[in-house]
Design a protein around this ligand. Structure first.
Ligand SMILES: Cc1cc2nc3c(=O)[nH]c(=O)nc-3n(C[C@H](O)[C@H](O)[C@H](O)COP(=O)(O)OP(=O)(O)OC[C@H]3O[C@@H](n4cnc5c(N)ncnc54)[C@H](O)[C@@H]3O)c2cc1C
Length: 490
């Protein structure tokens, strides 16, 4: 039988996953990628003996990666290895409190009680609720097309849906956390999960409080060779299944005829396709290659997720007070989110995330040194990100580190690289540098998100962080699985 041709536009994590799935289904798959290398937001920098993962650093649900590596006639050589982190994260507060969150709920609850006075039972109850919510909703909201919501729910037993019926979706994440906990530090710790899809805990629905279940209960993991190894492993898997990659090939045009996409144009290349799967941020896609297609309302006026300003610092020494993942919390979390989503400004007391992969992957920094990935959330948008803006943010970060950790890292920075909303947009095609497409600041966000199959074109599909079910590695991988289901059903 003649093989059907599938073109995947973009080799981000969603595009790689979709290419593997379609090749395993015996499609002839070509991936067109504008960059020189695969990965999109999941990239790496190597400099002076240091290696930095440039984008994602928090890794949950690793089985979604291994599942892909086992597709096709021959499972991959097990070159992709990962380990469960002993500690999920270290949280630092300006008053000197440090909560070292261990990888199991009981130890975490004990540590929280010792450090903040929050009764351990409150943490355990909260995580139990998050687990129940996740289990009763994951296949409705994450692993299936949203249009199947009602039919999927019909297949569930009433007791399976009970945890969902107890959710008060109009309540914000913060409000629910305020009701659940006594300690303002624990409230802030759980509020932070809104940032996992670039949203504000003061606006996003309490339904999203289940995100914490993934790290605290299912576990936080790390690939043995760093995050970029996820990309390398998937890329090699795709190659082994016969996927053809064309790098430095930016798609400029999707050509439609009646209800199908007939051709994909990339510069002077013209490729015919039976199926097209786009991994490009939809907000960019409809303003670029798909500008002739009808733009959905959520794309016309996108309510974007946050962006980031990141400094990659090669550090001249090691810092025992830090772990792999570290958060230095703002003293005014509400003010910080107001600055990001309402005032579109830098905040002078930002929450600073410091990720040090060399704590776990020794080869990521020369002996006696560390690779710091230092990130703050900033508004999406590329207009105000000039040198003055970067300088101001850098000062805010250095002051915050000094205030909270009582160290002055200035003299220890050997060199730095910087990522801004502008460079994130240029390098990955994310509209305005938004990390996760549109935000989830409204209870309708999940329903308004762009779906994985085009309504008009029967052979056009969408994967990646800007479409259903959302951004972040696990959800991007889920989006590729949904695309496969949609194509299969068709
Ligand atoms: C700084 C940062 C930190 C993050 N932290 C985490 C984290 O800790 N954990 C987590 O799970 N997630 C995190 N994320 C989110 C996660 O990285 C993304 O959700 C995910 O990587 C997006 O994958 P994607 O499939 O949408 O493709 P993308 O990574 O967006 O890639 C899209 C690809 O399409 C290509 N492209 C664009 N236009 C064209 C065109 N016209 N023609 C051809 N190719 C094109 C781009 O070059 C790019 O390679 C983070 C993201 C960033 C930026």
């Amino acid at each position: 039988m003649e093989q059907k041709r599938c073109i995947v536009v973009g080799a981000g994590i969603g595009g790689l996953a979709a290419s593997i799935r379609m090749a395993a289904r015996n499609y002839e798959v070509s991936v067109l990628e504008k960059n020189k290398l695969p990965g999109g937001k999941m990239h790496q920098i190597e400099r002076n003996g240091f290696r930095f993962d440039t984008g994602p650093s928090l890794f949950t649900l690793p089985h979604l990666v291994t599942e892909l590596l086992n597709l096709g006639p021959e499972p991959s050589e097990p070159t992709f290895r990962y380990e469960k982190l002993k500690n999920v994260c270290r949280y630092f507060y300006d008053d000197g409190t440090m909560i070292n969150v261990p990888g199991n709920p009981e130890d975490f609850a004990r540590e929280a009680e010792i450090k903040t006075g929050e009764p351990a039972a409150n943490i355990i109850n909260y995580l139990n609720t998050a687990r129940e919510r996740y289990r009763s909703s994951a296949d409705l909201f994450i692993f299936n097309p949203l249009k199947n919501l009602i039919s999927s729910a019909r297949h569930k037993k009433p007791e399976e849906l009970k945890p969902l019926l107890k959710v008060k979706p109009l309540r914000s994440m913060h409000k629910e956390n305020e009701i659940a906990f006594q300690s303002s530090q624990i409230i802030q710790l759980f509020d932070r999960y809104a940032t996992y899809n670039g949203s504000s805990p003061f606006k996003a629905s309490s339904m999203l409080n289940m995100i914490s279940h993934l790290e605290h209960d299912e576990g936080a993991y790390f690939p043995e060779k760093g995050m970029y190894n996820i990309v390398e492993s998937l890329y090699h898997k795709a190659l082994s299944l016969g996927v053809k990659f064309q790098f430095e090939t930016a798609v400029t045009h999707l050509v439609s005829e009646k209800d199908s996409i007939t051709k994909v144009i990339a510069g002077n290349k013209e490729l015919e396709a039976d199926l097209v799967i786009s991994d490009v941020d939809v907000n960019t896609l409809y303003r670029g290659p798909a500008r002739k297609l009808k733009m959905p309302r959520s794309v016309k006026k996108p309510d974007l997720s946050s962006s980031a300003l990141i400094f990659y610092w090669g550090m001249n020494r090691t810092f025992p007070q830090l772990d792999v993942h570290n958060i230095l919390f703002s003293t005014d979390y509400r003010g910080e989110f107001r600055a990001i989503f309402n005032n579109h400004q830098l905040f002078n007391d930002p929450t600073v995330y410091i990720f040090v992969s060399s704590k776990i992957v020794e080869a990521d920094a020369p002996k006696g040194k560390e690779n710091w990935f230092v990130m703050i959330n900033v508004p999406p948008g590329t207009e105000k990100t000039d040198q003055e803006w970067i300088k101001q943010a850098r000062e805010n970060i250095l002051k915050k580190i000094h205030r909270t950790l009582k160290i002055n890292p200035r003299e220890d920075i050997l060199f730095e690289e910087i990522a801004t909303p502008k460079t994130i947009e240029t390098n990955t095609g994310s509209w305005k540098g938004a990390l996760y497409g549109n935000n989830s600041n409204s209870i309708w966000s999940a329903f308004l998100r762009h779906q994985n199959k085009s309504r008009k074109y029967h052979n056009l599909f969408f994967t990646g962080g800007s479409v259903h079910p959302g951004g972040g590695i696990p959800l991007c991988l889920a989006s590729a699985a949904i695309v496969e289901k949609e194509i299969n059903q068709q």
